[in-house]
Design a protein around this ligand. Structure first.
Ligand code: KIV
Length: 260
């Protein structure tokens, strides 16, 4: 199992693999293949069909984290802090303490750069391990008017570098960098000492993360450019259920072998 030290030490040595999971069933399947499992608030969109991640609650994240930890007891698990649960240090401490007290999660992840460095600092000072998240931050999508790719010019790249350095200095042991041009992904990865886990951040980051239901083809509402589909999960499921329905209707299931 990875630890905070082994994750930090992987910088410039080996690429880190992170994948999301939302329940025990799939967490168990991913456990020995990925270095970290993220209980992402993306589950609100992928599993709850919400328009964005904002409406998920702390209770829901705790529920799903418990399930993931049950399915993958030997994995390094990271829990997303939902929107509105870390507006100030007190709330952030109370809510992230719940993650540690009520689940076996190893770390929390929160979105924000320089503006959230004081929160990252407050958590790490109190022994709560933090993964940062900068670049395209889905929790900012409503206020920014959509999911906007970052790092398109020098000024924007410099802002990302400042964000990454600020949360590294505040104690984050690794940082997710989402939705940025490849040059930005490279520049940010080169200037900080903690691993940068990219999602839509190009080839030069220290690792990658994908949302499981995107990469396995279960989520079909839209497909971001950076998502490679390794499986056509939805098609496989639809075909299998159609076959089951057909066999039931035709009296072919259950056949004698499935009968007591
Ligand atoms: O919620 C999530 O799944 C995430 C990933 C996109 C990194 O934050």
């Amino acid at each position: 199992m990875q630890t905070i030290s082994s994750i930090k030490n992987s910088k410039n040595r080996e690429k880190l693999v992170m994948i999301t999971a939302y329940d025990a069933l799939f967490a168990a399947l991913f456990s020995d293949k990925a270095d970290m499992i993220l209980v992402g608030d993306s589950l609100n969109m992928s599993h709850n069909r919400a328009i964005d991640t904002l409406s998920i609650s702390m209770d829901m994240m705790i529920y799903h984290t418990k399930s993931v930890c049950k399915g993958a007891p030997n994995s390094f698990v990271v829990t997303d802090m939902p929107f509105g649960t870390y507006f100030n240090e007190k709330e952030a401490l109370e809510n992230s303490a719940r993650v540690y007290q009520e689940t076996n999660s190893n770390a929390v992840k929160l979105e924000g750069g320089r503006g959230k460095a004081h929160i990252v600092e407050a958590l790490t000072r109190n022994s709560i391990a933090v993964v940062g998240h900068i670049g395209l931050m889905p929790q900012f999508a409503r206020s920014e008017g959509g999911f906007k790719v970052k790092g398109k010019d020098e000024k924007s790249i410099q802002r990302l570098i400042d964000d990454a350095k600020a949360i590294e200095d505040a104690g984050a042991f690794c940082i997710v960098l989402e939705g940025v041009k490849e040059d930005a992904g490279k520049a940010v990865s080169e200037v900080v000492n903690v691993p940068i886990i990219g999602i839509g951040a190009g080839r030069y980051t220290d690792g990658q993360v994908l949302v499981w239901s995107d990469m396995l083809g279960f989520f079909e509402d839209f497909q971001p450019k950076f998502v490679k589909r390794y499986l056509n999960g939805a098609d496989l499921v639809r075909d299998a259920v159609a076959q089951y329905a057909k066999e039931v209707r035709e009296g072919l299931f259950p056949s004698p072998e499935f009968t007591y």
